[in-house]
Every structure is written in C-alpha cells, then in structure tokens.
Design a binder for this molecule. Structure first.
Ligand SMILES: NC(=O)c1ccc[n+]([C@@H]2O[C@H](COP(=O)([O-])OP(=O)(O)OC[C@H]3O[C@@H](n4cnc5c(N)ncnc54)[C@H](OP(=O)(O)O)[C@@H]3O)[C@@H](O)[C@H]2O)c1
Length: 240
C-alpha cells in the first residue's frame, strides 16, 4: 500500500530553525509550506530548498492575514510554529518591562493565533510543535524578561495537548543556536557570546539550526509524543 503524503506548515520557515526544519522534513512522503513576512527572504529560502516547498508571505501577528492564509490553504497535517520575537534579554534592573508585552505580541500571540486559525483544517491525527526557548527553564541572570515570554508557551502545551486531543501538541525549547535571530548583535559581540555559551555548554558548542530541526522532526513524526517539552540545548539548562 502506498503511504499518504502528509503536509507540514512551518510558520517562520524562511530562516534559521524553521528553514532547517523544512529541509529536514521535505521528502517524497512530506510536503512542506514555509511562511515569513519578508518576501525576498522567503523566496531565497524557497530557492535554497530547490523550489520543492510551497511558500506564503504574511505577518503572523496580524489575525486577518493569519485567517486568510489558513482558509486558502485547506486541510494539512502538521503545524510548526517558529515565528520569533527578539525582545526581553538583559539584566532585570534595567529591563524595559514593555519589552515583555512586545515579546508576547511578536512571539506568543502569533504562535497561538496560528494554531487557533489552523484548527478547522489541521488533521486531528497530526501535530503542532511550538518553539519556546531554554531561557524559560534557566535560573541564570539576564533572562527574566525573555523567560517570562517563552514560559507562556511551555505552560500552555500540556493544557492544549489535553484540550485538543487527539491532536498532538508539543514544544521544543532550544538553547543558544547560531541563526539570524542573533543578527541584532555586531559580529564581534555575537562571536564572543557564542564562545562564552559554548564554553558553558556540556557538549562544548552552541547549537545549529539542524540540531533543533531534528528535535522538531522527531516530535512531528512520533505519534506517541504529546504534551511534552523537548529541550534541545546541549545540556546548557543544567550548566548555565
Ligand atoms: N536562535 C536561538 O538561539 C534561539 C534560542 C531559543 C529559541 N529560539 C526561537 O526559535 C524560533 C526560531 O528562531 P530562529 O533562531 O530560527 O530565528 P530566525 O532565523 O530569525 O527565524 C525567525 C523566522 O520567523 C519569521 N517570523 C518572525 N516573525 C514573524 C511574523 N510575525 N510572521 C511571520 N513570520 C515571522 C522570520 O521571517 P520574517 O522575518 O521574514 O518574518 C523567520 O522566518 C523563534 O521562536 C526563536 O525565539 C531561538
């Protein structure tokens, strides 16, 4: 009997972890649609996948655009939520608390909004994978703001796994991963930060987008995994 082709949608699939996940999942049994806001970036990501994926440009923080995208798309099997915020890092005494609200608007709300809009067409035998961050599991100075934002996603996952069953709902919590997420830092600063984290990480390096993509692919493909937080951080959680 031939295996049915499945379809994964990756929100935030034009770069970093989302793009690596598209590369990992694409194959004869898996169709992939990648999304992002920036059309040029999305097009070059699509080209890097050999044009084998589908692509759609829209802003996941805009509910109307999200709703229209899922209405147009039709039925699909797996949803990966990689849309990103970049706010909330830094020492607590100087933290601009409005960054927590912005982080929620840029990351938490878009991820939840995509899942909500996807529910009518997302295969109940499929899966959703959120991407949070290990910052929400660390007791280390300087991450309180970003942990507050990412912690929301860790909190909702077991609840949604029960409420939306049999749909499987999981979350990956990446450590420090070398992706364009860090482009807000100057090259020298970024390399110094990466070297510092590599030194503190038990496996002796920071992560690659492919490391996290493999964790996501496991959650997408394993039909017995739901309600789980999969930390993919090289052991940083226990060392930082
Ligand atoms: N890199 C790390 O060290 C690290 C660590 C922990 C957690 N994470 C999390 O991992 C996830 C993926 O991040 P990454 O490192 O792969 O960063 P990235 O390379 O900057 O990728 C972010 C992706 O999300 C898209 N995106 C952002 N906001 C969007 C929106 N409102 N609507 C649609 N698409 C949107 C971006 O495309 P456009 O810009 O074109 O919209 C891009 O495709 C994020 O949730 C991030 O917080 C990353």
């Amino acid at each position: 009997m031939t295996k049915a082709i499945q379809h994964t949608v990756i929100i935030g699939g034009s770069s970093g972890i989302g793009l690596a996940t598209a590369r990992k999942l694409l194959g004869p049994d898996m169709k992939v649609t990648i999304t992002g806001r920036n059309e040029d970036k999305l097009k070059s990501a699509w080209k890097s996948l050999g044009g084998a994926a589908e692509k759609a440009a829209f802003d996941a923080s805009k509910p109307d655009e999200v709703r229209q995208f899922f209405e147009r798309l039709g039925p699909f099997d797996h949803l990966v939520l990689a849309a990103s915020g970049g706010k909330g890092l830094g020492p607590f005494p100087a933290l601009d608390l409005s960054d927590i609200g912005s982080g929620v608007e840029e990351k938490v709300r878009p991820q939840l909004s995509c899942l909500q809009a996807a529910l009518p067409t997302l295969n109940k035998a499929g899966s959703v994978t959120f991407i949070s961050a290990v910052s929400a599991q660390l007791a280390t100075p300087g991450v309180a703001g970003i942990a507050a934002i990412n912690g929301m996603l860790l909190t909702v996952v077991p609840i949604l796994a029960m409420e939306l069953k049999p749909l499987r709902v999981n979350v990956v919590a990446p450590g420090v991963i070398d992706t364009p997420w860090w482009d807000f830092l100057a090259e020298e600063q970024r390399q110094a930060l990466f070297a510092d984290y590599a030194g503190r990480t038990p496996v002796g390096r920071i992560g690659r987008a492919e490391d996290v993509a493999a964790a996501i692919a496991f959650l997408v493909s394993n039909g017995f995994m739901t309600g789980q937080v999969l930390t993919c951080d090289g052991g940083l959680r226990f060392a930082a």
